[in-house]
Design a protein around this ligand. Sequence first.
Ligand code: FBP
Length: 553
Amino acid sequence: MSENLSVLGNARAGYKPKLPPALRNGTLKVLINSGAATESVRDQDKIKALFPNTYGAPLLTFEAAEDKQTAGGPLNVGVVLSGGQAPGGHNVIAGIFDGIKSVIGGSKLYGFLGGPGGLVDGKYIEIDHALMNRYRNTGGFDIIQSGRTKLESTEQFDKCIEVVKKMDLNAIVIIGGDDSNTNAAVLAEYFAAKKVPCSVIGCPKTIDGDLKNEYIETSFGFDTAVKTYSELIGNIARDANSAQKYWHFIKLMGRSASHIGLEAALQTHPNVCIISEEVKEQNLTLAQVVHSITKVVISRSEAGKNFGIALIPEGLIEFIPEFGTLISELNEALAHHEAKIKGLGDVAAMTNAACEHISPASATLLKSLPLDIQLQLMLDRDPHGNVQVSLIETEKLLIEMVTKELKNQSFKGKFAAQNHFFGYEGRCAAPSNFDADYCYSLGYAASVLVLHKKTGYMSSVRNLTAGVENWTAGGVPTTMMMNIERRHGADKPVIQKALVELKGKPFKYFAKHREEWARGEEYLYPGPIQYFGPSEVCDVTNFTLLLEHDALK
Ligand code: FBP
């Protein structure tokens, strides 16, 4: 028993993640089937011009073979954990580790420290059996840490080439979200153009759930993170229903898309859940969003219920069209005048300076907000140029505005609200069985792509609601998922973000039930993730996947 592991941690260390049948004979005995040439989702000509060496590669599907399909040879592979933590990252590394070690003795796995920055600076450690075994089935990215350095300059790419040559690397696996996988594709293209024989493979990570499409059914970490938040929301709902005196406004992480909020709503049945994509579709103003919440507060109060649960997606602000415009205008303004605006220090002065570079409507909106929200909107962007929405206290802003509207409407009931923000609480949770198996399979599939010298691919494991027995594995060309978007004041090739589809089954299910959930106390209390016990409790995945696959029983 390891002293550094809890009782559960020790028991969990022995869990053997399950692999799809195609990978069960080991990495050498995998037959690779190639499909036809592929195209990017949009902007084909522009993407093709930017990726002349890697564009158009075929989709790959794996099949178990009885005989060795390649001679194999000792491999040197480097792995990078990029961006926000997501449960299961250590199991992706374990999958790569076991995948390459099963090839031929002498293969080595190196972990670059602190994210993409570690790759550029050549800072790494070798991951050996003892180190790997301490991290199997654990949450977190602490085995080698993560970082948000954006790999984008030629200087960085040239430094990567020096590192690759010095370490004699056959491949780099980048475990990250849409931005990091875009960077992986750009790096793969650069290596190919410079004839550097080093593959670059990506793995789809993010609790936000917005890196998905026909070939990537879900990003890893979403399942565990939402189950963790839903446990907490269920506990709060029970508390609210017991004391019957508070409204709880709970903001949930997910920088852009509302997948986390929607899934948490499906798991817990709150009285209110705002879906940013719907707000945008209906062109709602902040005042209209506030009004929709106030209506529920009043009607519950009239029924004698001065309590409730409201879920707020972290990215809401950016989806309110007037705010979306304000934020993109501020992005442009900061991209060109950051030093001048930020140098002023005082919030009011910063706002005045920023207002010189944005439209009159946006300036009026910015000035109408509380000072702390004005400041939060002008704070640092992350290295990808995104506003740091997790720092904007939307839940408090909404409570303040609902209180104001209730006052204006001469509300006779009681409205006492508590605010919460769940994000970091779930990002490093021990992976659910689903994420433990999915991540290990993604890593193992990545090692097959590496072994076959494929580059510019993302590892893909599919058919995820049919049980691991029926999971399939393969590789998807990253350029296939790309389009051109405006980022940080410039047009960039990026992987298309998957937002909540209002015509999709998860949203429709929610929309069908939300009125009864608003009126009553239909709360579900999912409880903690179960790691041991009956399969129907431990191996169940999430409602989003089940509904998307028509697999909800
Ligand atoms: P990734 O897209 O890198 O997976 O990160 C997602 C996320 O957890 C968002 O939900 C959140 O807005 C953001 O990271 C927070 O970033 P940070 O960890 O830098 O505070």
